[in-house]
Design a protein around this ligand. Structure first.
Ligand SMILES: Cc1cc2nc3c(=O)[nH]c(=O)nc-3n(C[C@H](O)[C@H](O)[C@H](O)COP(=O)(O)OP(=O)(O)OC[C@H]3O[C@@H](n4cnc5c(N)ncnc54)[C@H](O)[C@@H]3O)c2cc1C
Length: 367
């Protein structure tokens, strides 16, 4: 198994890193202070990312905030690849080209972890469908031109629809303020007899749950697992710099054993999570079913990030808690990783069920 990167991959990583350091990271402070990303700045980073061929590549490498990643790299969700015929020009191409932004819309106030328990429903009509219901916590809803919406189309069937903003009966509710991810809006959406054309149905009728779960699988690996590892690595670097520079009792704090333990544990855990991401990505590349490995990555990477940012606050002492440094923001932003795209509890219950069924073959692919 060769995990080394070829020259082209190394060049891409280098380009992304430089783009993030030069164009995105300088904007972080302003977003934190004002709570939003100014539209002219959003347009500018979007344009520059496109020029560099980075838009819609779906694998951002580097460390910056949620909203900057969304604007620079796009929200091109995998179910859109099921677009056919007229749908390609109306929804897929504009999403990939970045002329129309998309959000994924599954969660409802009564159906979060139980994503199959949704109440939003679409009824067939002579000309298409009529959509009724409500969603909440929809990331990036304000910037989005259209939404991938899961809706019940039968007692047991869930389908997915592409719903354009501005359709009659479709209203956007309040921005639900979060403890972190400043600048990314999280919206309520309401559908009151929204008329949908037949062409708005994505994939087959009744296949929406499968489409949504398939998309979340890739999101969990790339946007949650890999991103959490990237963030933890960044925070770890800051911790190491501080441990080298900060002196107390005439010594570098990095020379105190209790600080060293926190540094060593962070390095070990990040390293383990990183290899789990690579391994699950490798399995996908081989065409293997990596669902359970991705569930393990999601838990391990999210919880590693949580532990690393917690240690960072501790090692930075009062400055870790103080808003003059971004450490407290990293701490707040990290918390959501254990909740969205399937909570740690849900993934653990999937992993445990599969472990009971498959035994050690679950983690030893050669058995
Ligand atoms: C910042 C943010 C962004 C989001 N973005 C989006 C988005 O863009 N699109 C979208 O559709 N959704 C989005 N969500 C929703 C997110 O995916 C849900 O919040 C998440 O799936 C958890 O659902 P819930 O909040 O309803 O919690 P609940 O499902 O009510 O869970 C509450 C608690 O019960 C536990 N629990 C529930 N069921 C079980 C079980 N079977 N076994 C053990 N424990 C269980 C959970 O682990 C959790 O601890 C977002 C949420 C947030 C906060």
């Amino acid at each position: 198994m060769d995990f080394s990167l070829n020259d082209e991959q190394k060049m891409m990583i280098d380009t992304v890193r430089r783009f993030i350091a030069d164009e995105l990271q300088p904007l972080e402070g302003g977003i934190e202070e004002h709570g939003f990303l100014a539209p002219d700045k959003a347009r500018s980073i979007h344009g520059k990312a496109k020029e560099l061929g980075l838009y819609a590549m779906n694998m951002p490498t580097g460390h910056t905030t949620d909203i900057l990643i969304r604007r620079a790299f796009g929200n091109v969700y995998e179910p859109l690849l099921h677009c056919k015929g007229e749908q390609v020009g109306r929804w897929l191409q504009p999403a990939v080209q970045g002329t129309r932004t998309c959000a994924i819309t599954i969660t409802e106030s009564g159906a979060g972890s139980d994503a199959a328990g949704i109440k939003t429903h679409a009824k067939k009509t002579d000309s298409g469908w009529v959509l009724n219901g409500a969603k909440h916590f929809i990331s990036d809803g304000e910037w989005s031109d259209f939404f991938l919406v899961s809706a019940r189309t039968g007692e047991k069937d869930i389908s997915m629809f592409m719903v354009d903003k501005g359709l009659p009966g479709f209203t956007v509710g309040k921005d639900q303020k979060m403890m972190g991810l400043r600048g990314t809006p999280h919206l309520e959406l309401f559908f009151d007899n929204v008329p949908l054309e037949s062409v708005a149905l994505l994939g087959e009728e009744g296949q929406g749950f499968k489409l949504a779960m398939g998309a979340l699988n890739v999101v969990r690996l790339a946007q949650v697992g890999a991103r959490a590892v990237g963030k933890a690595s960044h925070v770890c670097e800051l911790m190491l710099d501080y441990a080298r520079e900060r002196k107390q009792f005439g010594q570098r704090i990095g020379d105190f054993q209790m600080v060293q333990q926190q540094l060593a544990d962070s390095v070990i855990e990040i390293n383990a999570a990183r290899w789990m991401v690579y391994h699950a990505a490798w399995m996908l590349d081989q065409g293997l079913d990596a669902r359970e490995q991705i569930a393990m990555v999601k838990v391990q990477a999210a919880e590693t990030l949580g532990r690393v940012v917690d240690r960072a606050v501790q090692i930075f002492g009062g400055m870790g808690f103080c808003k003059e440094l971004p450490i407290e923001r990293y701490y707040r932003d990290a918390r959501i990783y254990r909740i969205f795209d399937g909570t740690s509890e849900i993934h653990r219950s999937v992993i445990a069920k599969m472990a009971m069924k498959k035994g050690a073959a679950l983690f030893d692919v050669n058995r």
